[in-house]
Write a protein that binds this ligand. Structure first.
Ligand SMILES: Nc1nc2c(c(=O)[nH]1)N[C@H]1C(S)=C(S)[C@@H](COP(=O)(O)OP(=O)(O)OC[C@H]3O[C@@H](n4cnc5c(=O)[nH]c(N)nc54)[C@H](O)[C@@H]3O)O[C@H]1N2
Ligand SMILES: Nc1nc2c(c(=O)[nH]1)N[C@H]1C(S)=C(S)[C@@H](COP(=O)(O)OP(=O)(O)OC[C@H]3O[C@@H](n4cnc5c(=O)[nH]c(N)nc54)[C@H](O)[C@@H]3O)O[C@H]1N2
Ligand SMILES: [Mo]
Length: 770
């Protein structure tokens, strides 16, 4: 396995995604985390009815599941939670937070599961064990006098529907909608873009659509690392001859070839399925241009066909009956110049013609996408452009077709469903008010960028984090780390130690909670929770493993305890009764959201989940116009800054050996990187032009032109198949290069996929520009 300190090693990976490499990588991590037979048994319960739902990605869990419905990444996430390592109060006696701030993300989480509630002791700069009562009382005493507008309640998308509902309700009863969440850094561009275009904030497809599709267009999602179970669906598509057209600046192995690690025959014969039938390495941030090029051909071919009396290429009946804005969109597409499209994408127009041919020839098209589209200044326009493309041939609301955003965290989509949002219009406030007898706030709350701004300018005074690693995941790392200690209160509810925990507010608590795989026993007996996957299917999840420590509380129990300290007693809301029996929380959820969660309890363990429904999938458009809406893009680039000599578009990447800020190891197998994460992926011609030698250590500096110095040193220049003018480097280590203001318009998702930077050679002091 790739450990830091192994000699950094860059090699050319010749194998497929999955395959023996995946089995080996998994075996390594199971050994390192000291997983025994019990742990292996748990893996077999993963993503099965009555089992637990994987804590890794949000890909659907099918009803007709594989004998082992997990992947390398899901198994790593399970092992990470089941580890037998422990981070105890004795550990904190030995290490001050100043010392721990010198540790890597990997080393911090590698200490294992947190075992006791901890209070920060400023005198010794250490965490010390405290009782739950002491922690809750102090948190209540600190929060009550604060202006509710000055407190943020963050949550990461792993938290269950039950805990999320309680958390959002608590914030609103406390007096704010400051509910930033990981979605604000992720698929918020989808939630905003799809909602405006189609009236639903989520994808319209379901797992069955893979059986009916004729072609898949794949934008900016790294399936092999980040949603590997989807490879099974893609492989099945390829076996039926479905075309898969991929747009990605990097050659990602999972999008090229795949061997099913759970198929012994394939493993033994080393059979591979090639995944993409076309692979277009466009420049980062140029997807609008690429789709404009495709649309140009479609419009052209349609005009010719109609003139010649041949079958039309566009679905005019659908356009007339179901859409608005087509003419403006078509005008914008016709007006775009080929020279500009080629310059922006770096692709010859023949490539876009080939992609357009596949699109025009397919009866049903799915468009699958991820962070490569959402994390740009024009991230919402990227999403709208996907919709434009699909609408041209009626590819929404019919079998085998539709937008398919691949959500990140296992319940990130579900959190929105039950009220984790800063936006009043997304919550049934009147119903909440009637249900609980209070006046809910109407003022828009803080999202992630707003919370960061508030922490930096001092207007946010209190922060509660329900999971996640906020400080590490957000942009502008240095200013954020500098400002954090001025908070009056910071509370972190977590399973493992991470960097955010090392930056305490004036008062700080680190509260250890149960993970989803663990048995959660409350007054009425063992409890289940639920999550919503990327295709809007809701699944029950039951943990069975003995908790990592007898002192852990569940997330619902922790939220309830804080709620009781900060809210006046309410005869309509018995927090203790909810914690005693989670079916009461679900009953409350179904009262607030009867259309989605009717008969919740009975349907909880439906194989494959129960579907919450999707109007756009039935061609009911709940948009302003009542139709599906085209959107003419404002320009060809999504980057949000001009190309000038020496300025690069940096795209920040996940390795195959991490889950967001959790670093499992130092081996990015598919990209051939071992022993280090200090890599700068760069085009060989760009290296030659700048005179940079392979393996040379360089730095990146922010080139945002805002006068602020941001610099990342110590990157190993590594020639890679990436377009000229683009660079790749790992998240979260490069977040310090991201300006806080560099985010998607409308959705405010930090624009992590094209960050303006310059390469700097030489050591820190010389700083000679390349
Ligand atoms: N194992 C594992 N699984 C995960 C995660 C993890 O960290 N590890 N994270 C989870 C979370 S929260 C999320 S949101 C998802 C993230 O999963 P993804 O959506 O796959 O996100 P990224 O890994 O950031 O990479 C996105 C891909 O976009 C490409 N790309 C970059 N810029 C552009 C561009 O401008 N255009 C196009 N077309 N492509 C571009 C990159 O090369 C990369 O292949 O995965 C989830 N699942
Ligand atoms: N540059 C750059 N920045 C990015 C991205 C990028 O692509 N590039 N991606 C963005 C995206 S898509 C996302 S989603 C965010 C991720 O942001 P977050 O969701 O905030 O971060 P994670 O790394 O997933 O959080 C890991 C921590 O969660 C805690 N944890 C794990 N399981 C549990 C649990 O069951 N309960 C509780 N309470 N805590 C738990 C552990 O303590 C662990 O250390 O980062 C964003 N930041
Ligand atoms: Mo995410």
């Amino acid at each position: 396995m790739g450990q830091r300190g192994d000699r950094p090693h860059i090699y050319s990976f010749g194998g497929p995604a999955g395959g023996w490499g995946s089995v080996r990588s998994l075996a390594d991590i199971l050994t390192r985390e000291r997983i025994d037979a019990r742990g292996y048994r748990e893996l077999l319960r993963q993503n099965k009815p009555q089992g637990f739902m994987c804590v890794s990605c949000a890909w659907p869990k099918p009803a007709d599941h594989h004998p082992a419905e997990f992947c390398e990444e899901g198994a790593k996430a399970t092992a990470w939670e089941l580890t037998r390592r422990r981070t105890t109060p004795e550990f904190f006696e030995k290490h001050s937070l100043s010392e721990l701030r010198g540790w890597t993300d990997y080393d911090l989480e590698q200490q294992g599961r947190l075992t006791h509630p901890l209070r920060y002791d400023a005198a010794t700069d250490k965490y010390v064990a405290c009782s739950w009562e002491e922690a809750f009382d102090a948190i209540g005493a600190a929060l009550r006098p604060l202006d509710p507008a000055a407190v943020a309640f963050y949550s990461s998308g792993r938290t269950s529907l039950e805990a999320s509902y309680m958390y959002g309700l608590m914030a609103r009863m406390y007096g704010n909608q400051n509910l930033p969440d990981s979605s604000n850094m992720c698929h918020e561009s989808t939630s905003v873009g799809l909602k405006a275009a189609l009236g639903v904030p989520v994808g319209t497809t379901r797992i069955e659509d893979f059986d009916k599709t004729d072609a898949i267009f794949f934008f900016g999602q790294n399936v092999g690392s980040n949603a590997p179970r989807m490879l099974h669906n893609l492989r099945a598509c390829r076996k039926r001859g479905v075309e898969i057209v991929t747009f990605n600046p990097l050659r990602e192995r999972g999008l090229e070839r795949f061997t099913d690690p759970q198929n012994p025959a394939e493993m033994l014969t080393l059979t591979e399925t090639s995944i993409s039938t076309q692979y277009h390495q466009l420049r980062a941030g140029s997807d609008i241009a690429a789709m404009t090029g495709i649309a140009k051909y479609l419009l052209l071919w349609d005009e010719k066909a109609r003139a010649a009396g041949k079958p039309e290429v566009l679905d005019h009946a659908f356009l007339a009956g179901h859409t608005v804005g087509f003419d403006e969109f078509a005008d914008a597409v016709r007006a775009a110049e080929w020279g500009d499209i080629e310059a922006e994408t770096g692709l010859p127009r023949a490539d876009l013609e080939a992609a357009a041919r596949v699109y025009a020839g397919a009866g049903a098209v799915m468009a699958i996408y991820g962070m490569g589209l959402t994390q740009h200044v024009k991230g919402v326009e990227n999403v709208r452009m996907v919709v434009n493309l699909l609408l041209l041939r009626g590819n929404i609301g019919k079998p085998g077709a539709g937008p398919t955003p691949v959500r990140g965290h296992s319940n990130v989509q579900g959190q929105r469903t039950v009220g984790i949002t800063e936006k009043t219009e997304l919550v049934p406030v009147e119903r909440l008010e009637a249900q609980y007898g209070f006046t809910a706030p109407r003022k828009k709350g803080l999202d992630t960028v707003g919370t960061c701004r508030g922490i930096i300018d001092g207007s946010v005074r209190g922060f509660v984090g329900l999971g996640g690693n906020f400080l590490r995941a957000v942009p502008e790392t240095e200013a954020m780390e500098a400002a954090w200690p001025s908070l009056d209160l910071s509370v972190q509810i977590a399973t493992k130690l991470n960097r955010n925990h090392l930056f305490p507010g004036k008062q700080a608590f680190l509260l250890p909670c149960l993970g989803r795989i663990e048995r959660d026993v409350q007054a009425s007996g063992p409890q289940a929770v639920s999550v919503e996957d990327s295709t809007s299917c809701i699944h029950g999840s039951r943990g069975k493993v003995t908790p990592a420590s007898p002192h852990l509380l569940s997330e619902p129990a922790i939220v309830a305890a804080i709620a009781k300290r900060i809210l006046p007693p309410n005869p309509r809301l018995d927090w203790d009764a909810w914690v005693a029996d989670y079916s009461r929380i679900r009953a409350a959820i179904s009262e607030t959201y009867p259309d989605i969660f009717g008969d919740y309890e009975r349907r909880l363990f439906t194989p494959g989940g129960f579907w919450k429904g999707n109007n756009a999938a039935e061609r009911i458009w709940e948009t302003k116009s009542g139709k599906a809406e085209f959107h003419a893009p404002s320009g060809l680039s999504a980057a949000g800054f001009a190309d000038v000599p020496g300025r690069f578009r940096l795209t920040t990447l996940r390795s195959n050996d991490q889950f967001n800020t959790t670093i499992y190891g130092y081996h990015d197998r598919f990209r051939g990187v071992k022993g280090t994460r200090d890599i700068l992926f760069i085009n060989a011609e760009d290296m030659a032009e700048a005179g940079i030698a392979e393996g040379e250590i360089v730095a990146l500096e922010s080139d945002a032109g805002d006068g602020r110095r941001r610099r990342r040193d110590g990157l190993i220049a590594t020639p890679y198949a990436i377009p000229r003018g683009c660079l790749g480097a790992y998240y979260p280590e490069c977040n310090l290069l991201m300006p806080l203001d560099h985010h998607a318009e409308e959705s405010h998702v930090p624009a992590a996929k094209s960050v303006p930077v310059r390469i700097v050679r030489g050591n820190r002091d010389e700083g000679a520009a390349a």
